[in-house]
Ligand binder design. Sequence first.
Ligand code: UDX
Length: 421
Amino acid sequence: MRITVIGTGYVGLVTGACFAKLGHTVTCVDIDEEKVRKINDGIPPIYEEGLEEILKANKNRIKATADHRSAIMSSDVTFICVGTPSRKDGSIDLTFIKETVIQTATILKEMNRWHLVVVKSTVVPGTTQNFVLPLLEQHSGKHVGTDVGLAMNPEFLKEGVAIPDFLNPDRIVIGSTDSKSTATLKELYKVFTCPILVTNLSAAEMIKYASNTFLATKISFINEIGNLCKHLGIDTYQVADGMGLDRRIGRAFLDSGIGYGGSCFPKDVNALLAWAKKNKENARITESARAVNNDQPLRLLRLLKKHIPKLRGKTIGILGLAFKPNTDDIRESRAIPIVQALLKEGTTIKAYDPQAMPAFKKLYPQLTYCSTAEEVLSSDAILIATLWEEFTMLDYRGKTVIDGRRLEQAKNAQTYEGVCW
Ligand code: UDX
């Protein structure tokens, strides 16, 4: 199939690259000429394991352009993968979606054959049906369902493993208004052996929000249990193992610690809560999941103060700044509230992260950034905020370590405290 992908962020580029790998002809569209040039040179503008290799190996099947018209006119399907940034109140901003849909519809007006438009961006339930569909019909002059197809196809990609996640999915969700759109997407995904679930447009959107909010809640739930376990010295990881053996529960996303960060969970939780509020509904469980997550990194500080009550003038080391290992992404990283609180206390901070220091430096230039993880160990106490593999190699003997991610080797420290164990 000939595919256009609009938006070459993390979702768009991974989607485009993987479809090219599967043998389709892909054109990625982005208004940023620099990104377009890079993609055409086989260099991904974002880092994602394995992406560069796919771009280079499939150069003949994937190209990028800033020209929407030529891309859409010569394709059968257009995936909308533009960003939906958060507003101050947590709700999502649909400006880019609106611009893209109008632009696409205006081009489709000239097309004399059927074309499928697929929303892949994360949008709150009702958006495709009540916002995208009317815009598409109004600006294309075509009827959705007969002259033009419309579908909602959420992504479930984890950063760092987005390519294996795309190529080996647990499920494909197709929200669609008509059988031709459903059949086209089924054809596109026919190489996958996983279940394909067909729903209406709004249910597909809700599946994405419910999945991410549930996983965020699962993490906050185990953190709440962990906070209780801490009182009796119970190892929450053993509790999680015990719970996880129950097939109804499962062990995944039961690693307790200082909570979830990243570009998806915090944003999706906030968007769902803002949407619930708009609909005058309470979403108490999700609200609580957020509250637990906001407090969890501060618990690390409270444990630190148990050992060093006066932090002013002390040097505190932080191992890990990225929101999770194997990424340079610091969005909503739990290290951020920890650093903010430490700075307020008047401490000197020594930090190290294998990949995230350049990004963190832009936010907090006042920290001392170390060139090796060992350098951090000379601090009065060390906080572990991200579970990087290289932190397992360090010698923690004689040190004070407050661990937010359960690093087994750190238990050799002279003083060791885990946040939930
Ligand atoms: C997530 C979803 O997993 C993915 O399906 C969605 O499409 C995008 O958001 P991602 O943000 O890349 O992916 O990271 P993920 O691996 O899910 O971790 C998110 C956060 O939760 C990290 O900060 C991680 O440290 C934390 N986490 C995860 C825990 O604290 N405990 C766990 O057991 C699992």
